[in-house]
Write a protein that binds this ligand. Structure first.
Ligand SMILES: [Ca+2]
Ligand SMILES: [Ca+2]
Length: 319
């Protein structure tokens, strides 16, 4: 038998010996290089086995190519692709999320010829790689791992897809206030999913969809003309509550006593850092003053009533 190349590429060749209606032997030659002018010859060798030689058209002798596998019996008739199972290791959160890095172990099984190789890629557009060891996924976010296996006779499993969602970061909290309306609000925000808030008496816990939690305890109160709040502690993720001294973070607001419609706002934070701002209704101007210790002072002002807010960044280390 002769095979002639017409284009450049590779071809998988499977040769079976049939006795009656049964396949008794199969030889598999994966990824044979082919090109115009190249001919493959399949002929009986000295022992009676088929031998594949590949060479230039018209040449007397070509190069003998060994099959990747030669199988007899039931395995020789294998046309069933393998099946690959994925096992995930990590710390599960809620709703299908993991709250840790995740490792993926792939295990191929095959009836007949047996599994040959497993391929994977950890993004839908990435290059296929040969699976050799657990796939480690460290980054937060939603990932798609694709994989499939081939058996020793080249039967290929359809591509399987696995979605892995990782969120290791508890929500952040925004402290905001709107004078005269809801003077102080604490809002949870999460980069990866929504947050839900469980509001208690001067304590609120925000949870993201994965179940990571941030808890703030605070004191204070508000009325239409004045508000104050003092941060007492933050509990971030599985860490212990970090308690703050009395003046670590506090906010006071009141209608200005100096002029109708004016506003006075003061934040105080650890290390003697204070942030004061005044809004003058007559000038329609906000002045902000930052003071750090006795001497360092920075004053800025801008038009309009655009009062500052403070954002507590994640990874709060404490005092
Ligand atoms: Ca198989
Ligand atoms: Ca999160």
């Amino acid at each position: 038998m002769e095979i002639a190349g017409s284009e450049t590429g590779t071809v998988d060749l499977k040769v079976s010996e049939v006795a009656g209606s049964e396949i008794i032997k199969t030889a598999f030659y994966p990824e044979l290089p082919v090109a115009p002018g190249i001919t493959g010859r399949l002929a009986a060798g000295h022992s009676g086995d088929l031998v594949l030689t590949v060479g230039a058209s018209g040449a007397a002798e070509g190069t003998t190519v060994a099959p990747s596998v030669e199988l007899r019996g039931d395995a020789a008739a294998d046309q069933i692709p393998p099946a690959t199972a994925a096992a995930l290791s990590g710390t599960p959160g809620l709703d299908g999320w993991f709250i840790s890095a995740v490792s993926v172990r792939l295990t191929a099984s095959d009836s007949g010829s047996g599994p040959e190789r497993t391929f994977y890629r950890s993004s839908a557009a990435g290059a296929w790689q040969t699976y050799r060891e657990d796939i480690l996924i460290l980054a937060e976010g939603t990932h798609e791992v694709q994989y499939f296996s081939v058996d020793r006779l080249g039967n290929e499993e359809p591509i399987q897809r696995l979605e892995i969602k990782i969120d290791m970061t508890p929500p952040e909290v925004l402290v905001k206030f709107t004078p005269g309306k809801a003077p102080v609000t604490y809002d949870g925000a999460d980069a990866l999913s929504s947050t839900t808030a469980a509001v208690g008496f001067q304590e609120t816990t925000w949870s993201d969809a994965a179940g990571n939690k941030t808890t703030l305890a605070f004191g204070g109160g508000s009325s239409p003309a004045a508000a104050s709040t003092t941060l007492r502690s933050v509990t971030y993720g599985h860490g212990a509550a970090v308690f703050f001294p009395e003046n670590f973070f506090s906010l006071q607001w009141r209608d200005s006593v100096f002029e109708p419609g004016g506003i006075y706002l003061r934040f105080a934070m650890a290390g003697g850092l204070t942030f004061e701002s005044r809004y003058s209704d007559a000038d329609n101007e906000t002045t902000a003053t930052v003071t750090a210790g006795e001497r360092d002072r920075l004053r800025v002002f801008w038009k309009g009533r655009d009062l500052p807010w403070i954002r507590l960044k994640r990874r709060f280390k404490g005092v």
